[in-house]
Design a protein around this ligand. Sequence first.
Ligand code: IPM
Ligand code: MG
Length: 353
Amino acid sequence: MNAKIVLLPGDGIGPEIVTQARRVLEAIAKKHGHTFEFSEQHIGGIAIDETGNPLPDATLQACKNADAVLLGAVGGPKWDDPNAKVRPEQGLLAIRKALGLFANIRPLTIHPDLADASPLKMERLTGVDLIVVRELTGGIYFGQPRTRDTKDGHERAIDTMEYSRPEVDRIVRLACKIAMGRSKKVTSVDKANVLESSRLWRTVANEVAVDFPEVTMEHQLVDSCAMRLISHAATFDVIVTGNMFGDILTDEASVLSGSLGLLPSASLSEGTLGLYEPIHGSAPDIAGKGIANPLGTILSAAMLLRHSLNLENEAKAIEAAVFSAVAEGSRTGDLGGTLGTQEMADAVLNKLS
Ligand code: IPM
Ligand code: MG
């Protein structure tokens, strides 16, 4: 197969980890007789520095013409001034919206050899295998109005949590489809005891569930879900939730796996174009040191092969290589090891079949 892949290294550790994921993609292409054409584009802080725009037109056009996009991370202290007119994160939000990436899939499994890297006791981790399906182009991240003004002589700021019926329908439907290939259980997470948008969410989730008679749909409030993720995570299978709740819960869930640096994600559209990125951020404190964990990005590249290029065997080969590298004891610093970013990728490449 010939595929066009756009790389968006971004800021902080982004360039280091994307470089390693590209090596893994090149190796798998060679082994399986595919041709991947890579093009590198700017997004985030580096794009602001180069063009003034966190999502330059050239980047968006390249992504629209590609089969898939692999992103590192955006943001950093250099662009963090709360009064700044443009912010790196706007580039990420804009590309999600512009490419129609409404579904962010964040799987979480525990590598048995890494359980000791998690601050949680082993018994809390046994049997954890879940997927968070996070709505990505709606909710409080995009709702209007969104302003700063003055009321009663005080400066104030407004964000709006907004969900429409079709937005909830399509994300819950996708979660149900994913659940049909797993244990047929969906937990829909909201704050329906307080928020109107959550009450609509819950109503629509129940209606969608009617179309999936084999799926058990349960509802849980986001605060108690946060607790259950730490105390009984193994009781979850597919979690579906809105944009901000999903953002928060997935960082929390990553602690179970031992490191935020391990977790991949796929942002999917109605078509095959998808954007793939590790769930962690740009980690400015360790950027440029060559010590960042590349596994979240390498596993995101595996998701890219699976979801956008339909190369399931190649995706599994990468996942298996990561699994055996870790089983053999290869670890970056976040997992208590001493390997650098490139050495960790070398360990994966050595296992790749
Ligand atoms: C994520 C990140 C982003 C988000 C930020 C960088 C805008 O935290 O992908 O989880 O909040 O969606
Ligand atoms: Mg986040």
